[in-house]
Write a protein that binds this ligand. Sequence first.
Ligand SMILES: Cc1ncc(COP(=O)(O)O)c(C=O)c1O
Length: 349
Amino acid sequence: MNFDLNSLIRNNIRNLKPYSSARSEFSGTAKVFLDANENSLGSPLTKWYNRYPDPQQIQLKEKLSFIKKISPDEILLGNGSDECIDLLIRAFCEPKEDNIIICPPTYGMYEVYGHINNVEVKEVPLLPDFNLHLEAIETAIDEHTKIIFLCSPNNPTGNNLNREDIEMVLNNFNGMIVLDEAYINFSRHRSFVPALKDYPNLVIMQTLSKAWGLAALRIGMIFANQEVINVLNKIKPPYNINGASQELAIGALDNLEEVNTMIRETIEHREELVKALQQIYIVEKIYPSDANFLLVKVTRANEIYAFLKERGIIVRNRSNVILCDECLRITVGTSGENEELVKALKLFN
Ligand SMILES: Cc1ncc(COP(=O)(O)O)c(C=O)c1O
């Protein structure tokens, strides 16, 4: 492999002089802060909220660093993983010139942010068993391919990608590989985070929105080598993680045991849901899942989706997505919610 980070960065970003915010120019302790045009009198909430938050989220990153066993300098936080995807494309892809590769069916925002940034999106569909089509990826790569997005466990299929396939791409592609591990806490596979030291071209995304149950806080994480994080830091909005979210997430991260219990419970509910769904005649296939949802092939997806909706039960209709004919994606709920779903499905005929 012949990886050169500097040559991958867009010229304007390489040469960019980033904005220097008040809170990044002075970040120590002081008696009087008159540098950021905040409201010195306070706010209708607690006094604390009248101040801009830490642009580098140091306390939060230190906690994450302890949990993920990675240096705080190898972490970038985004306003959800969605902001992380946007930052990555903006850092590396020249509009109208470069391209990214995605492997559908997969998470939709890689494509959307590609298009928002006017970057070509090359689609290399997964194989029918939902693994990577390595030869087709190799064919799709050209001199303008800057990022390959991989998602494992994949949304909406729920499977892990083969580890050896991911390694094959990492070992042979000179651009960036973004591995989205949003659902890794539910997976039997190990995270690639420890492999960051072996692969300068690897960028891992995780989120607090899934296993951690903090979707409303909008905190996405990028783990990568420090050189990559430095590039992303240049272009992120200065205060992209708001103060309330930082404060709440710092508190939440002390509850690892509780989160592990929820993960175990979700997996148990998933397996119970599989068993219950197997008994229903409209269910044709339940794909194996390593995530907190199931991809389920049914007899008539559109009609079943509408039938559930009428009863106040919302699932995700994926039947128009490649390789997902007649499929619904169903998030694992509480046992009560799962029972309601199963009861409603039994009524459909
Ligand atoms: C694979 C994947 N990545 C990222 C996200 C979005 O995460 P966030 O809430 O951090 O923006 C989702 C949300 O469903 C997802 O399925």
